[in-house]
Write a protein that binds this ligand. Structure first.
Ligand code: TGC
Ligand code: FAD
Length: 391
């Protein structure tokens, strides 16, 4: 029998191919070198000062638009993309967010719904991390219910004129191009808005106590005039943006387990070295119960993520299954991080350790890409056949 590995108790690495392991190691090494040494400082300052450098480096290791094909994208499998998300979020949810929004939301929208000219114009520089993208769906008054969005686009001759506001938009202030979803006479359409277009601005949202090492912005669209070819030709209706969300949510299913793994490992190491009552706290039954429960949920979550990845690679993943994964894995990751916090005692609240940073980040992850309640209701609808959203 192989030896028991406390960091892989179910032997899940056996599910991975040599190529999967190589992708995982590349991203893990990059994050260890470029993110971990500085993340506590960035977090404390509430900024990601080297975001453009990081984007280029992530482009050079193939992490942007990773499962997409052509245009300089890596053409990786869904499992490999998931492993990359896990490693990035083990460093910080903010870095995984940068990659999710760039690849699974902005680039995916252009790749799936864009014209040949739009793809040629934007995707190669986005895959290289030279141009950062953002994805504007949420508005100040419309988050869970994007169908009620107010941002609208009207025809002016052959041009379009966009007006409205988007809120809580990751990468907004550093984006070279914004994918903006707006109401039109033909339903919801997506528009590619270059950041230097007159009438467009993206002020940064400050004073966040979560995802502090991530750029979050408002998008202001004040009579933004765009040419006819700025609209994504293949997306009509809310299904367009919601289909992009499936891909980003899938990445979060893996990513959340990265934050959880980092907290579990911190707690395990701490428990083995910290002594109280003359013995390591890892020797107390109550601590062992916490560690055992954390390990069970962590590795069940990774197994679930791997299963969904295989379904995605086989073209058989349903949106309800993505909801299942996001609901479970983010909820369990938060529990793991909070439990780790208790094992570290007072040190658990310090930025010297990653657990409080991960726990507060996960509060955003629990809300964005569909809140817990949205995913419960998506599953509830699939289970019962009854739509609780609109009665
Ligand atoms: P409903 O009537 O159910 O659907 C409208 C149309 O959309 C289709 N559809 C989907 N298509 C693909 N994938 C999905 N997951 C889909 N869900 C629905 C549906 O078939 C229908 O198509 P058609 O052709 O029949 O018209 O829509 P609804 O208005 O009742 O809403 C359903 C609900 C509540 C589930 C949806 O609005 C929702 O998911 N709300 C949550 C909004 C959300 O997740 N926003 C995220 C914004 S982006 C973000 O947070 C990025 S953070 C990233 C980071 O920093 O990492
Ligand atoms: P609301 O929709 O107002 O919900 C408030 C509460 O009411 C929630 O608990 C919700 O579950 C509950 N609720 C609502 N409706 C129901 C119902 N029918 N039944 C039961 N409960 C209900 N958006 C983007 O478009 N692009 C981005 O890049 C992006 N990045 C983000 C980054 C961060 C850091 C954060 C925090 C958010 C980001 N978002 C982004 C926005 C995010 O998607 C929304 O916050 C999310 O969809 C929830 O919307 P809301 O905040 O308006 O909450």
């Amino acid at each position: 029998r192989p030896p028991f590995d406390p960091y892989d108790p179910l032997g899940l690495d056996d599910l991975l191919t040599p190529e999967d392991l190589a992708v995982r190691d590349t991203v893990r090494d990059w994050a260890a070198d470029r993110v971990l040494p500085q993340i506590a400082d960035w977090y404390e300052r509430g900024e990601l000062p080297v975001i453009r450098e990081l984007a280029r480096e992530l482009g050079s290791i193939g992490a942007l638009g990773m499962p997409l094909t052509g245009y300089g994208c890596a053409g990786a499998s869904a499992v490999q993309y998931g492993l990359a998300c896990l490693e990035l979020e083990a460093a910080d949810s903010g870095v995984r967010s940068l990659v999710s929004v760039q690849g699974s939301l902005a680039m995916y929208a252009i790749h799936r719904y864009g014209s040949a000219a739009q793809k040629e114009r934007w995707l190669p520089s986005m895959a290289a991390g030279e141009v950062i993208g953002c994805f504007g769906l949420t508005e100040p008054d419309h988050g869970s219910d994007p169908a009620a969005m107010r941002t609208h686009a009207k025809r002016a001759g052959s041009d379009w004129v966009l007006s409205g506001r988007k809120m809580w938009i990751t990468n907004g202030s550093v984006a070279g191009v914004a994918v903006v979803w707006a109401q039109t006479d033909d339903g919801v359409r997506g528009f590619l808005v270059p950041a230097d277009t007159p009438g467009f601005s993206a002020p940064e949202i400050r004073h966040k106590w979560s995802l502090r090492a991530s750029v979050t912005s408002e998008l202001v669209l004040d009579g933004v005039r765009l040419p006819a070819d700025a609209v994504l030709p293949e997306a009509t209706g809310l299904g367009g943006p919601l289909s992009c969300l499936n891909h980003a949510r899938y990445g979060i299913v893996w990513g959340a387990m990265g934050a959880a793994r980092s907290c579990f490992e911190s707690a395990l190491e701490y428990a083995k070295s910290r002594e109280q009552f003359g013995r390591p706290i890892a020797g107390f039954q109550l601590t062992q119960a916490k560690l055992a429960d954390m390990a069970v949920e962590l590795h069940k979550g990774i197994l679930l993520a791997h299963h969904l990845g295989q379904r995605m690679d086989a073209g058989r993943l349903r949106p309800e299954q993505v909801s299942f994964g996001k609901l479970n894995n983010v909820r369990e990751a938060i529990e793991i991080c909070r439990t780790a916090r208790t094992i570290l005692g007072a040190n658990g609240i310090s930025l010297e350790y990653p657990v409080m940073r991960h726990a507060t980040n996960l509060e955003s992850v629990l809300t964005y890409e569909g809140t817990v309640e949205m995913h419960q209701l998506v599953l509830g609808k699939a289970l019962t056949g009854l739509d609780a959203f609109r009665g």
